[in-house]
Design a protein around this ligand. Structure first.
Ligand code: MSP
Length: 668
């Protein structure tokens, strides 16, 4: 049995909603898997969610939600997002699943047995936001130099992975397999990183009730990166069903650049070497989408939510949601330079929609089908025996598209496909079938023959384009084939169908429907952008500036839509005093507060402030409470209201009246 082509996306942290950065990686992998299926391979696309991270736990606690329920909700969000984006994944792995936990524990067990994992003490820096340990030399003033994210000092007993022992083998493998790490520029970063000297890696954290415990030592959980990487093996059936599944080694791990050097290109192959397992054939790192004005970083939360963006495109164009989703798939892959970063702009996407999709592709299909209906009775015309000038060109284009797909240059592949679309539009303009038609109708046999050739060429170019673009725009590809009367059953086209001459003369066309109606207004207002942003979700992201309310509510980015005074008046804010505060068992960020709002109003409120305040600091403190919030049960305790706090980089700072305002006084 031939081994399926095995391609993986990174597994996404479920501390926030999906955004188009994650969508790009996922769509790119889907396009590659679809292309492989067109070639006849039984391609297997793996995606999933990374759920055991400290930042995921922190996000759940900040929401006041049970972490297990929280991750379930977000994993479902990711799954439904990929479904909506026409991603045909073969498996969706969650790191809280038993098959993953078993694989991670087996990996640790085996590496302890070989001596590649050993006990030790760790003292250094940890960034929760990056889920990365940093050395003293990599940190400046409490922030990681590489990412600018805050770090905390950690000093704890745990376990190390003997990474240093693999430096030479890693370099040797990288140097003798040029395809292993791509693109080349990033491979050089890896070789410099390894050559500078690898140190053993600390690979556990203290057990705070979340994560996969070290087998035989309940006091530690496995560091989330060592845990997460094993997903690629777990989904391939490791340890027991690896042979039966016949997936490993992976053909391609596609990842973003920030998780390439340290993790995918160094730690992961070293782990596989230690386990005596074959290495993946290729690890490919793409750059980031950045947002104008945002300071560095991958700026995920400011990027649009992928489904909202598709709906926005649909609303602006009037196209179907299926066409809008495919347009987004196309726009993301075409805009992204796979070697470097690219700036993302919704307005630029809309402009490109008009140029590439409405004008070029849409117009080619629409005018060809329309003219064939008008001039040839809606039947595919019979081309003459004269050599077809575009046949050879199509073969070159198909070859270029395939070569770019093989080397994961998806934007280059789309550039090549567009050569055909542009050339054919030019060909139609040059041969003007609208001028040939009246002459043909008047009995001019030469004009009639030319008309048949030109329209056949237009239909055939549309058909070939629908084949070449299928990996990126599966539903649009189908719609094109439906209109030109091509074969478009349930199964995808094969790559062989990209050869010239597939349309049968005499077959009947479908009706001409514009697939991509032109967008009239390509400007996008600030409010619309804010509405599209993935941070504007029911899920609150940590670390946002601005005054927020602990435990509850969507984030309120500064400068958001105004509310009326009446709307504000519906919130009953009261001065209150904290009578007692105590930790909540199993929840590291929650405190249980007994709060007095004056008179006989004493209630329990759960607040996600345990990391910022010790219980004894809170007793007797005057605070501001949202008194009319719907009660909510968390960790089996009913919380009635919440405290106001400023959010300073994820740290809560309680709002206090600056004089001793009476208890129960209204705040407005
Ligand atoms: N959980 C880890 C991956 C573990 S894989 C064993 C992780 N997750 S993540 O959710 O933070 O990011 C996953 C991927 O999302 C990145 O590698 C990258 O592919 C993609 N992107 C996130 N933000 C992005 C942009 N702004 N632009 C492009 N892609 C980005 O890291």
């Amino acid at each position: 049995m031939t081994k399926p082509y095995y391609v993986t996306t990174p597994i996404y942290y479920v501390n926030g909603m999906p955004h188009i950065g994650a969508a790009l990686t996922t769509i790119a992998c889907d396009a590659i898997a679809r292309y492989q299926r067109m070639l006849g391979s039984d391609a297997f696309l793996l995606t999933g969610t990374d759920e055991n991270a400290a930042k995921v736990l922190a996000a759940a606690e900040q929401q006041g939600e049970d972490p297990a329920e929280f991750v379930c909700g977000l994993a479902a969000e990711f799954r439904s997002c990929w479904n909506a984006l026409h991603v045909e994944y073969s498996d969706f792995i969650r790191t809280t699943e038993a098959r993953h936990t078993l694989a991670v524990q087996e990996c640790v067990r085996r590496l302890i047995a070989t001596g590649d994992i050993y006990r030790g003490e760790y003292e250094g820096w940890y960034s929760i936001s990056d889920e990365t340990f940093f050395r003293d030399s990599e940190v400046d003033n409490g922030f990681a130099n590489e990412t600018g994210k805050p770090v905390v000092r950690v000093s704890e007993p745990g376990y190390y992975f003997r990474l240093s022992a693999f430096a030479d083998r890693l370099l040797q493998h990288i140097n003798s397999n040029p395809q292993f790490l791509q693109p080349e520029s990033r491979r050089n970063e890896v070789t410099s990183y390894i050559s500078e000297g690898l140190r053993d890696m600390y690979i556990t954290r203290p057990n705070r009730g979340w994560g996969i415990t070290v087998p035989g030592d309940e006091s530690c959980v496995v560091y989330v990166w060592l845990d997460a990487l094993v997903n690629y093996l777990a989904a391939a059936g490791w340890p027991d069903e690896m042979e039966a599944r016949n997936l490993w080694p992976a053909d391609l791990h596609m990842v973003g650049k920030e998780i390439f050097v340290r993790f995918h290109a160094t730690l992961w192959p070293a782990m596989l070497m230690a386990l005596n397992l074959p290495l993946p054939k290729q690890i490919f790192a793409h750059g980031w989408f950045t947002v104008h004005g945002a300071k560095g970083g991958k700026t995920g939360p400011s990027l649009p939510h992928p489904v909202r963006l598709a709906e926005f495109i649909r609303d602006r164009s009037g196209c179907t949601i299926a066409a809008a989703v495919d347009a987004e798939r196309y726009l993301l892959c075409r805009t992204m330079s796979f070697a470097g970063d690219s700036e993302f702009s919704v307005s630029a996407c809309l402009q490109r929609f008009n140029i590439d999709l409405a004008n070029d592709l849409g117009n080619l299909v629409n005018r060809t089908v329309n003219m064939t209906c008008r001039y040839c009775g809606g039947l595919v015309p019979q081309p003459s025996d004269a050599p077809q000038p575009l046949a050879e060109f199509v073969a070159t284009v198909a070859h270029d598209v395939a070569a770019a797909m093989e080397s994961v240059r998806l934007n280059v592949s789309l550039d090549a496909a567009w050569q055909l679309v542009s050339r054919m539009n030019k060909y139609l303009d040059e041969h003007a079938p609208w001028a040939l038609a009246p002459r043909a109708a008047a009995g001019d046999a030469v004009a009639a023959e030319q008309l048949g050739d030109v329209l056949y060429a237009g239909l055939e170019a549309s058909r070939v384009a629908s084949v070449l673009l299928y990996p990126f725009m599966p539903e649009v590809s189908r719609a094109i084939r439906q209109q030109i009367g091509g074969e478009c059953g349930a199964s995808p086209p094969t790559w062989a169908e990209a050869a010239w001459g597939g349309l049968k003369p005499g077959s009947r066309l479908g009706s001409a429907e514009p697939i991509f109606p032109r967008i009239r207004e390509t400007n996008v207002s600030h409010t619309e952008l804010e509405d599209l942003a993935s941070r504007r979700s029911p899920v609150r992201q940590s670390g946002q500036a601005g005054t927020t309310v602990t435990n509850e509510s969507a984030p309120a980015p500064v400068g958001q839509e105004p509310i009326t005074i009446e709307e504000f008046g519906r919130i009953d804010l009261r001065v209150a005093e904290v009578l007692a505060a105590e930790p909540v068992t199993g929840a590291t960020r929650l405190l249980r507060l007994t709060v007095h709002l004056g008179g006989d109003d004493t209630r329990t409120i759960l607040a996600g402030i345990a990391e910022a305040y010790r219980p004894e600091e809170l007793e007797g403190k005057r605070v501001v409470v949202v008194a009319n919030l719907q009660p909510r049960v968390m960790r089996g305790i009913e919380s009635k209201g919440m405290l106001l706090a400023a959010d300073s980089d994820g740290k809560a700072i309680l709002i206090e009246p600056d004089q001793s305002a009476p208890l129960g006084a209204r705040v407005r």
